[in-house]
Design a protein around this ligand. Structure first.
Ligand SMILES: [Zn+2]
Length: 81
């Protein structure tokens, strides 16, 4: 018997190298666009509900500040006749 591996010899030499899952971050998550912290799955793409709220507030403030004058449909309808 020359094949030591076939027999129950040194397992560390015979076994294929086990691939360990990385203990640290497997994938770098894109950072929170508000504060730059790693995002949280529940609040993607933000890190927390707070940052999501901040972003929402930004959108609202942008929505209020619209370029040009606001168009009212009722005014157009009155002008037609
Ligand atoms: Zn954040």
């Amino acid at each position: 018997m020359s094949s030591a591996c076939m027999a129950r010899a040194a397992p560390s030499n015979c076994e294929p190298r086990a691939t360990k899952p990385l203990m640290t971050q497997a994938k770098p998550r894109p950072p929170c666009p508000i504060c730059g912290k790693p995002n949280v799955k529940a609040f993607r793409p933000f890190c927390s509900a707070k940052c999501a709220d901040v972003d929402l507030g930004k959108w609202f403030s942008n929505a209020y500040v619209v370029p040009g004058e606001p168009v009212s449909t009722s005014d157009l309808d009155a002008d037609d006749s």
